[in-house]
Write a protein that binds this ligand. Structure first.
Ligand SMILES: Cc1cc2nc3c(=O)[nH]c(=O)nc-3n(C[C@H](O)[C@H](O)[C@H](O)COP(=O)(O)OP(=O)(O)OC[C@H]3O[C@@H](n4cnc5c(N)ncnc54)[C@H](O)[C@@H]3O)c2cc1C
Length: 489
């Protein structure tokens, strides 16, 4: 290593606050060797870097964009921050129902976006702190050069060669472009750019009826936009039971959102005031005129830049990286975690991937991905909380179940707080009496669903919730009522 190279390396380590990696000279130049390289500063990679660092290992994280990944910067944190603003707007609009005079409601988009930026910056700031104490951060794009080596194309020019005993790919997803004529020529917005709009769109067209589309649709409706959702399939939230999806569609329509089902977008074009989208439903074409078009049709894996072939890894036909139940790819020592391995695309799943790798790589454990529960929450109002088996899945697999179901209009807490939309249902094993799954469409559904999840973790009989004493009047108390529908106490 020349003195200049040594100086550069140590300057890099100091700049990034990192512990000094071992520098090796190979045929292509200097390679910095680590115990762990994390590609993508996502929801598994960051805590794993911390854990390896705490265990005295040398760690590098390569990130081409914002530290903290999607969740903190463009996903969970900003959306839920803006959903909170939308909920305040809605409550203010309903103030009269509660006997409160609140005057006309308008959304100050600049202030909403500023609030969101502040909360995201604070979250990112705390995520970035880990790089002050010995973990190297390389800001750039990583691609494999061999089974245990990567090249980093630095964002501000130049590149670095790295190698490691363990490499973890945590590169996440990006919005996928739908197959619609002309879509690449219009000013399409996505989950990143929509949250930077400082002017309220007069009419927002939302392409896609999954959870991302629905959260933005209701949010912008509450800010004051006219909103149209265009969904190709026969229901919103295509993986949910039909009664859940129908109730969600009815709620959104009640909120004044136009919901178009079985409707295929065919062509997009720019017009002077905005965008025209030609859609087709039941063989008939219709032109929708909007101000903005949000692409919420799905997300595809960030694997194109990785040069996986050099590591001996082949992505599947959609670009996801196949892994085994230990999250290891076809190449020994290389792991793919979080959204990029094609598993459920949620922060808590990526974070659980961290627990698995920590257990197996640092703590001598044998944890696997199989059999873990999949809770999630859609942050519309009312929320949709989901855990475990759905009725669709039970029917498809021939699994016997008993169904408990109540409307939220029969729940005291919902009635008192004016949040009576939605229902709760739970599937119960007829023999063991254990709860198999639940769908909760209700205020605070994420919390209610988690209570049911805890009961499932503890393998409680539904009768214990039927007869449990919960404080009155809470939403939790409605679990008594829910399970009382199965049979008399
Ligand atoms: C609008 C929206 C709302 C969401 N809301 C929720 C929610 O409420 N709850 C929930 O659980 N989940 C939610 N999600 C999903 C959640 O954000 C993701 O599941 C989570 O962030 C998974 O993270 P990850 O670890 O897979 O990687 P990510 O957080 O996506 O991070 C991947 C990182 O890798 C970087 N990268 C990619 N390629 C390279 C490369 N070659 N070199 C270097 N760096 C690279 C990227 O820049 C990125 O920062 C939401 C997603 C979106 C889009």
């Amino acid at each position: 290593m020349t003195k200049r190279e040594r100086d550069q390396l140590s300057r890099h380590a100091v700049e990034d606050g990192g512990s000094e990696p071992i520098a090796r000279r190979g045929s292509g130049g200097t390679t910095s060797h680590y115990d762990l390289i994390v590609i993508g500063s996502g929801q598994c990679g960051n805590p794993l870097a911390d854990a390896f660092h705490a265990a005295g290992k040398r760690v590098a994280v390569v990130e081409r964009g914002a530290v903290g990944g999607t969740c903190i910067n463009f996903g969970c944190t900003p959306t839920k921050t803006m959903v909170a603003s939308a909920e305040v707007a809605q409550l203010a609009r309903r103030a009269g129902e509660f006997g409160i005079d609140a005057g006309p409601v308008t959304a100050n988009m600049r202030a909403i976006v500023e609030r969101k930026r502040g909360i995201v910056a604070a979250s990112r700031g705390s995520s970035e702190k880990r790089f002050n104490n010995g973990i190297d951060l390389l800001r750039g794009t990583a691609s494999f050069t061999g089974p245990r080596s990567v090249r980093v194309q630095l964002n501000n020019g130049g590149d670095r060669e790295l190698s490691a005993g363990i490499i973890v790919i945590d590169t996440g997803l990006s919005p996928a472009l739908p197959h619609v004529n002309g879509i690449d020529k219009v000013d399409l917005i996505d989950n990143v750019s929509i949250m930077e709009l400082e002017q309220l769109p007069e009419h927002l067209l939302v392409l896609g009826g999954g959870y991302v589309g629905l959260e933005f649709a209701q949010m912008f409706r509450r800010f004051g936009s006219k909103v149209t959702i265009i969904q190709r399939g026969p229901q919103l939230l295509q993986h949910e039971d039909a009664d859940v999806a129908d109730a969600v569609a009815a709620i959104l329509r009640e909120d004044g959102i136009e919901v178009l089902l079985d409707t295929e977008a065919r062509e997009a074009s720019s017009t002077a005031p905005g965008i025209e989208l030609t859609v087709e439903a039941a063989g008939a074409a219709r032109v929708l005129k909007g101000t903005r078009l949000l692409n919420a049709t799905g997300r595809s894996p960030n694997t194109a830049a990785l040069n996986l072939a050099a590591a001996g890894i082949t992505a599947d036909e959609h670009g996801f990286i196949p892994v085994n139940e230990n999250l290891e790819t076809a190449a020994a020592g290389i792991y793919a975690v979080g959204d990029v391995n094609g598993g459920p695309a949620f922060t808590h799943i990526s974070y659980d991937d961290f627990r698995i790798l920590k257990a197996n790589l640092l703590d001598g454990g044998h944890r696997v991905t199989t059999g873990r529960p999949l809770p999630y929450c859609v942050f519309i109002d009312p929320q949709l909380g989901r855990i475990g088996l759905s009725e669709n899945e039970a029917r498809r697999t021939g699994r016997a179940y008993k169904l408990a179901k109540i409307q939220m209009s029969s729940v005291a807490r919902a009635f008192e707080t004016g949040q009576t939309r939605g229902f709760m249902k739970a599937l119960v094993d007829p023999d063991s009496e254990e709860i198999l799954g639940a769908a909760i469409l209700s205020a605070d559904a994420g919390e209610l669903m988690s209570m049911i999840e805890i009961a499932m973790m503890g393998k409680l009989s539904y009768k214990q919730l039927q007869n449990g004493i919960f404080a009155h009047p809470t939403f939790a108390e409605s679990l008594n009522t829910l399970f009382m529908t199965l049979e008399p106490k």
